[in-house]
Design a protein around this ligand. Structure first.
Ligand code: AKG
Length: 386
């Protein structure tokens, strides 16, 4: 049965009901309601949230042994330590693309403030959150379980996303303005906190880009220059507890179509990576940020560095939160590997593309999974758009 989302403005809840396009007859009593406050009290979760058993297997507690990189070496300019760190990063990226960084320069107080603002957003009544809901095909705004886009295998979470242009300046605080425009004047401080958080993420992203360039043996400033005027995306994830946590996911298995992801997860844990043929947990560290390679960086490295399948479990008893910064190039930048990266006679793995076109594909035509990039090129060649 296909399900389509509908807003019920009287009850201020998001109602899922059988789609009018569905071929099966409509059953009037088949209503399920998404409201994170209500839904977590239900004994049986709505079937739209139940994932196929093939996806649910393998919920191990085994941990990923990703490297922990101390980024203070970058500021200190300790070239020997940088070379060793780059080697660890290279090994991780050739295998699964995940590593963690400490001494990253983002103040703990700022991270704590960003989590406080997650609470202020998601504790709002559903009617307020829906007033900031993401528009079809767009990225910014509130989303409840992505039910505006999908009708099955829904993620057990609420998200709030917004864009950060690397070239924005303090006389035009875009994030503050965005928060005020969709949630009201009282969200000025929320906007200010995220403006600062994104600036810190952006600075950090450029440092990591340097380390990645060193690890690939190319001009160390190449990716810093490529990404310095990018259009990145910030997302706050709020995962309510779920009584049937074994039947659903907070975030289903997917690879990130973006370039680099910088994630902070709270102490509840739940992030897992599919590496070495199994699902492995990424242990939360409050002082660390989790970094992973996305599809676009995989293409920039001609497939050397892996954009790996990952997912987030939900907790039976506790709310889980995460802060995710998706680093992206400016949308019209052509994504292609540097000539000097290709060894003699090495074939190009992917055709050139712009981030704007891949972004549009994932926003309007495709639900990101492990095969996003391949599907994107197939779609483009069949529609002659590349
Ligand atoms: O919350 C997490 O740990 C993972 C989130 C994630 O993968 C995403 O938002 O794309």
């Amino acid at each position: 049965m296909q399900m389509a989302p509908l807003m019920n403005s009287n009850t201020s809840t998001l109602v899922l009901h059988p789609s009018s396009q569905a071929e099966e007859p409509k059953k009037e009593n088949m209503l399920s309601i998404f409201d994170s406050n209500m839904i977590q009290k239900q004994v049986n979760i709505p079937k739209e949230f139940i994932w196929p058993s093939i996806d649910l297997v393998n919920t191990t507690q085994e941990e990923l042994k990703e490297p922990l990189i101390d980024l203070s070496i970058m500021k200190a300019g300790d070239e020997k330590a940088i070379a060793s760190a780059a080697e660890l990063v290279r090994k991780a990226c050739l295998n699964h693309g995940f590593f963690q960084v400490i001494n990253h320069g983002v103040e703990q107080d700022l991270i704590n403030d960003a989590y406080c603002e997650v609470d202020s957003i998601f504790k709002q009544p559903i009617s307020k959150k829906l007033s900031a809901k993401r528009v079809a095909g767009g990225i910014s705004g509130y989303s409840g379980a992505h039910a505006d886009r999908y009708s099955s295998k829904l993620p057990w979470k609420e998200t709030f996303s917004f864009v950060y242009n690397h070239h924005q300046n303090s006389s035009n605080p875009q994030i503050v303005n965005y928060f005020k425009s969709v949630l009201g004047e009282e969200f000025q401080n929320t906007g200010l906190v995220y403006e600062k958080y994104c600036e810190a993420m952006n600075e950090l992203a450029l440092v990591i880009m340097e380390l990645l360039a060193i690890s690939l043996g190319i001009d160390r400033l190449h990716y810093r220059r490529f990404f310095q005027d990018g259009d990145s995306i910030m997302r706050c994830n709020y995962y309510p507890p779920c009584k049937s946590s074994g039947l659903t996911f907070g975030t289903g298995p997917h690879s990130d179509p973006t370039s680099l992801t910088i994630l902070h997860q709270d102490q509840v844990g739940g992030l897992q990576v599919f590496a070495n043929h199994k699902w492995l947990s990424v242990r939360p560290r409050s002082d660390a940020l989790v970094i992973n390679i996305g599809d676009t960086f995989m293409a920039l490295s001609n497939g050397r560095y892996k954009s790996c399948l990952h997912r987030a479990l939900v907790n039976k008893y506790r709310v889980r939160k995460s802060l995710v910064f998706f680093v992206c190039p400016r949308e019209d930048k052509v994504v292609k590997p540097l000539e000097s990266l290709l060894s003699k006679n090495e074939a190009r793995k992917y055709p050139d593309f712009t981030w704007a076109s891949l972004f549009e594909f994932t926003q309007k035509h495709y639900r990101a999974d492990v095969a996003t990039l391949q599907s994107f090129f197939q779609w483009h060649s069949s529609s002659n758009l590349l």
